[in-house]
Design a protein around this ligand. Structure first.
Ligand code: HPA
Length: 273
C-alpha cells in the first residue's frame, strides 16, 4: 500500500509556510479550462515546479499552479495543471492535488475536465454534470492507495458525487440559463484516444462521456471525506461518432468556445455551495 501522507509530507510542509489561508473549496481545472484562474481574485499563485516532489505537468493547456483565490467571499484553491496517467504518472502521483486539498481542510471539491461525447444527444460545446463514474480499469491501482477493503473505502459511494453539490450545480445552470446535460463519465487511462469499438462498448455499459482524468480524483476525494461535484466539457464527438480525426487541438479549441459559459457556471456554483 502507498501512504500518501508519508509521500507528500514534505510538499505539504513547504506549502504551509506560504499559503495565505486554508481553502474551503478546491476547483480542479480541465484541459483548456485553465483561464478560469484569471477570473477570480488571486491572493497567491504557487508554481507547482517550486514544490518538492510535485510531478511536472507535461500537457499543453495544463500549466502547473496552485492558486489561492477568493470569490463571493469563499476561499478557493484552484488547481491548474493536472497530472495524468497518460503522461506516465502513477495513481499516487495523479492524486497529489486532491491530497493537498484534503490536507488543507477543503470540504468541497469541484472537478472539471474535457471529455468526448458518447451519448448521441450530446454535441461539442455542451457541459455535462457527472452523475456517476465508471472507472473499472483502475480498481487495482485504487486498492493500492486506499488499502484493501477497509470499511471506509468500501462505503465510499453512498453519496458520490454529492447530491447536495449536484443539486447546486443544476440550480446554478438554471439560474445562469446554461444547458447542462447529465450523465456517466467513463474513465480510461489512455494514452491514446479510444477506438470506435471501445466507444461502442462504453456506450453499451452506460457511458455518456469519456475522458482520462477525474474518476480516481473523485474516489480519493470522497475517501478523504470531501464532497465531490464534477463537470465535463464535451469537446468532441467520441471516436467513431464523427468522421473527423480527433486531436488535442480540437479539444482545446472547443474548450475555448465554452469557457465563457463554464466561467459563469462555476462562479454561480461557488456562490451557491
Ligand atoms: N477521449 C478521451 N479523452 C478525451 C476525449 C476523448 O474523446 N476528449 C477530451 N478528452
Amino acid at each position: 500500500m502507498i501512504d500518501l501522507n508519508a509521500k507528500y509530507e514534505n510538499v505539504l510542509a513547504a506549502l504551509r509556510t506560504q499559503i495565505p489561508f486554508e481553502p474551503e473549496i478546491c476547483i480542479v481545472l480541465g484541459s483548456g479550462l485553465g483561464d478560469f484562474a484569471d477570473k477570480v481574485e488571486t491572493v497567491k499563485s504557487i508554481p507547482t515546479s517550486s514544490l518538492p516532489n510535485y510531478p511536472k505537468s507535461t500537457v499543453q493547456g495544463h500549466n502547473g499552479y496552485l492558486h489561492f483565490a477568493k470569490y463571493a467571499g469563499k476561499k478557493l484553491l484552484i488547481v491548474q495543471g493536472r497530472i495524468h496517467f497518460y503522461e506516465g504518472y502513477k495513481l499516487s502521483e495523479c492524486l497529489i492535488p486532491v491530497h493537498i486539498a484534503a490536507k488543507l481542510s477543503s470540504k468541497l471539491i469541484l472537478l472539471t475536465n474535457a471529455a468526448g461525447g458518447i451519448n448521441p444527444n450530446f454535441e461539442p460545446g455542451n457541459l455535462m454534470l457527472i452523475n456517476s463514474f465508471n472507472g473499472i480499469q483502475i480498481k487495482k491501482e485504487i486498492t493500492e492507495v486506499l488499502g484493501l477493503a477497509s470499511l471506509d473505502a468500501k462505503n465510499n459511494f453512498l453519496d458520490f458525487p454529492s447530491k447536495l453539490f449536484n443539486n447546486r450545480i443544476k440550480q446554478a445552470a438554471l439560474e445562469e440559463k446554461i444547458i447542462l446535460k447529465e450523465g456517466v463519465y467513463f474513465f480510461t487511462k489512455g494514452p491514446s484516444y479510444e477506438t470506435p469499438a471501445e466507444i461502442k462498448m462504453m456506450q453499451k455499459f452506460g457511458g455518456d462521456a469519456v475522458g482520462m482524468s477525474t474518476y480516481h480524483e473523485a474516489v480519493y476525494a470522497s475517501y478523504m471525506k470531501m464532497k465531490v461535484g464534477a463537470i465535463s466539457c464535451i469537446t468532441n464527438f467520441a471516436a467513431g461518432l464523427s468522421p473527423t480525426k480527433l486531436t488535442h487541438s480540437e479539444v482545446m479549441e472547443t474548450a475555448e468556445l465554452v469557457k465563457k459559459d463554464f466561467e459563469r457556471l462555476v462562479k454561480k456554483v461557488i456562490e451557491l455551495v
